[in-house]
Design a protein. Structure first.
Length: 339
């Protein structure tokens, strides 16, 4: 919900104008968007009026809203100057976070130092990724600063996407030797044997969200090459048994569908030089009735263990279609009423 819907409209006497000048008219056209749709999005979310006058933009509204809009417009223009496109997601991120341009870190210490300064950015081979909410910001920081981190919350909050982005950053930066992505193939169950093809072809449909995330951050040919070299592995949770995962960035996705024994088995795979991320949604448990979720048990058992971070997301952190957040909120309200 935009700020304009949360705050009372300003009084006429409180409305003033802030004038911003942008030297490159071509970039200004991109900043405004087709039919000024980018400006319209900022107007709607911040409760201001924006007028273009040549190479200048006038922002009309309350002092606070004008200041926010000015920061957003200058941030987006800076992105365009660096050759990065601006879309609805970037605008939403700029409004939520209000940060300026980011410098590229060269080490984990520099990355954390950048975070301490309030600047967040994950650089991969294909794109740059920025947290869009405060919860995502805290989550990304914990992925860089903790050897074991949990991300718990509803679908669409970026838990897996951000984890894979950090993993790719650490791999191309030389901080880990490989990425290992895993999921429980709960839906397959006994039906797994009836699916056509070899084992890889049978489990790949359940791993597809992980492939999708990887292909967002690395060129397709590089993903294939790294998989051939075993520097990227995507495998069902059951394939982790008996292994020691050293110098790796390890992600367990959909962890709510791991049993308690599977979760313990996976957590104890952590080896020297590795980082592990566990993501899941407690409202999406597909285990048989009466079977405890390993994610729920791990949260209870490990909550006070030093070196482990727990990061929580809500419907407010959903970065998919805005309707997804409203759907989640409606279901949460129904669960509360039933409880």
């Amino acid at each position: 919900m935009g700020i304009s819907a949360l705050t009372p409209p300003p009084r006429p006497e409180d409305l003033h104008e802030t004038l911003l000048e942008f030297p490159d008219n071509r970039l200004l056209i991109d900043l405004c968007g087709e039919f000024d749709r980018n400006l319209a999005q900022i107007e709607h979310q911040l409760g201001v009026h924006i007028l273009r006058r040549g190479n200048q933009i006038a922002v009309v509204g309350s002092a606070e809203a004008r200041g926010q809009a000015a920061v957003v417009l200058q941030t987006l223009y800076g992105k365009l100057e660096s050759g990065r496109p601006v879309d609805a997601g970037e605008i939403d991120a700029a409004i939520r976070m209000g940060d300026g341009m980011r410098a590229e870190p060269t080490s984990l210490d520099e990355q954390l130092e950048m975070f301490a300064g309030g600047k967040y950015e994950i650089r991969t081979r294909k794109k740059q990724v920025e947290p869009r909410t405060e919860a995502q910001k805290a989550y990304v920081k914990s992925l860089f600063s903790n050897e074991l981190a949990f991300g718990i919350g509803p679908a669409g909050t970026g838990k897996t996407y951000l984890a894979v982005a950090v993993g790719v950053t650490m791999l191309i930066g030389g901080h880990v030797d490989r990425i290992i992505l895993s999921r429980p193939a709960v839906e397959a169950g006994e039906r797994l044997g009836f699916l056509p093809g070899d084992m890889k072809e049978k489990v790949d449909p359940y791993m597809q969200p992980l492939y999708d995330a990887l292909n967002d951050f690395l060129p397709a040919k590089q993903v294939l090459k790294l998989m051939e070299e075993k520097r990227i592995e995507i495998a069902p949770l059951a394939f982790m048994r008996g292994r020691t995962l050293s110098n790796a960035f390890v992600v367990l996705d959909e962890a709510q569908n791991a049993t308690t024994m599977q979760m313990k088995m996976f957590l104890t795979r952590l080896g020297e030089g590795s980082r592990m991320v566990i993501t899941g949604d407690r409202t999406q448990i597909d285990l048989p009735r009466g079977t405890s979720s390993g994610l729920t048990d791990a949260e209870r058992i490990l909550k006070d263990v030093k070196g482990i971070s727990f990061n929580y997301f809500t419907a407010k952190d959903v970065v998919r279609h805005p309707l997804v957040a409203r759907i989640i909120e409606a279901y949460d309200a129904e669960d509360e009423a039933a409880g």
